[in-house]
Design a protein around this ligand. Sequence first.
Ligand code: NAI
Ligand code: MG
Length: 499
Amino acid sequence: MPASAPLSLSQKFKLPNGLEYEQPLGLFINGEFVPGKERKTFEVVNPTTGKVVGEVHEATAADVDIAVDAAEAAFYDGSWSRMSSGERGHLLLKLADLLEENMTTLASIESFDNGKVFQQAKGDVYSCMGFLRYYGGWADKIHGKVIETSPGSFNFTKQEPIGVCGMIIPWNFPLLNCLIKIAPAIACGNTLVLKTADRTPLSALYAARLCQEAGFPPGVINILSGFGKTAGAAIASHMKIQKVSFTGSTVVGRQIMKAAAESNLKKISLELGGKSPHIICKDADIGRAVEWVNAGIFYNSGQCCSAGSRIYVQASIYDKVVEAFKKRAQAIVLGNPFDEASSQGPQVSEAQYNRVMSYIELGKSEGARLEIGGERHGSEGYFIKPTVFSNVTEDMRIMQEEIFGPVCAISKFKDVEDAIGKGNATKYGLASAVHTRSLNTAMEFSNKLRAGSVWINCYNAFNPALPFGGYGESGFGRELGKASLDDYTQTKTVSINLS
Ligand code: NAI
Ligand code: MG
């Protein structure tokens, strides 16, 4: 919407925990905060209350062009192209230190804008520091090979940066999704234009200010607030962007791939949705398994691409596990994310609230048994009680589609073969988990489950060193680990004729 009075580029915010800070509101382009070319702004909502808390400047296609030009200039002619790999790594380490110093502010912003509970928001900032330090360490260890062919030639490869990278991220982990992409891209020597999700623009703008402070040259990192259909689509089809890294829904992932194909055949990596199986075998430690199952689905209000939303329990322990799991889920405390007692906040937006509630209605109409939850908590904000459906069959839509909320489906399996068959009965393939005391059973599952991650006796075992990404319609490309460096470099082969 066009603002009636021009919106300033920053504003004092006071958060529910009493924290006061200066929130940047502009687009971060070429090292500065600026208004959008079309002078548009959009509203920021606190999902805990459903109230508008402010506005930020909105990027349109014209701003994407300006940001891309700045990123391209930095890539080819600026101080970035002359900087050593070690200095690039040092900048990432410096940014990590600044995140650490600003931990409370960043986590508070995240809880405020996204609704996640404060302790979990702190965990996200902590993870971001880990990504920056891990890839800061890699920056001066990325190199090619000498390849022997014949005495008359000398051949070597170089791992070169790709150029200007576009990044489009979702709202479930706003800061984390930002830095999981920025850290490896920068380590490899790229420059970038990143668009945040329109529901959660605040933490990345604050991080942009920290990038300024860390001393990244202008144009290397550009961060835009904006919508998918305008700024996002402009990134996906931009002729000067050489690579797009996208995290979000499978529907939009397809559009990104199409836009890349129809524009300049830019490289893409897609981190999409999932419907991950969480399997409990009869020989598992049931108490511990139930804890993992609970965290696997209800962490971050169920808004995780990796959520363990299909729970399969071996028939002989099924009743016992369902009872223990219901009890555990009912102990979750919904409430203001800043309350220390809260373990679950609201869904991110009214649209997501409605979407999740419609899946709950669908589950009932499909004939699944609603064990617990299924309704709103409180009278304001977008809170949904942890919801468990049992007697769910493989053909039901709540067993097949990503719900992205605190809703899971439980079903039985007979033996290992049956569990593997059911676990793989999905178009997705992001994550999976198995609880068993048998090493052989664990190995059989890890060999046969078709998913990018198999977690044994744990869940969401994320670490900067461990690659994460999808099989099937969960996408391609890997984030984290050394594998991510492959996504942000390209191989050049040089052959010298010595004869
Ligand atoms: P979305 O996929 O529409 O949004 C993700 C990002 O893509 C946002 O930054 C958005 O602005 C951008 N975008 C949207 N349309 C675009 C386009 N045509 N071109 C370029 N960029 C575009 O996800 P949304 O609508 O926020 O959530 C809907 C559902 O998607 C969720 O209920 C969930 O099932 C799934 N989702 C999955 C995520 C994951 O991490 N796997 C994250 C977010 C959503
Ligand atoms: Mg918000």
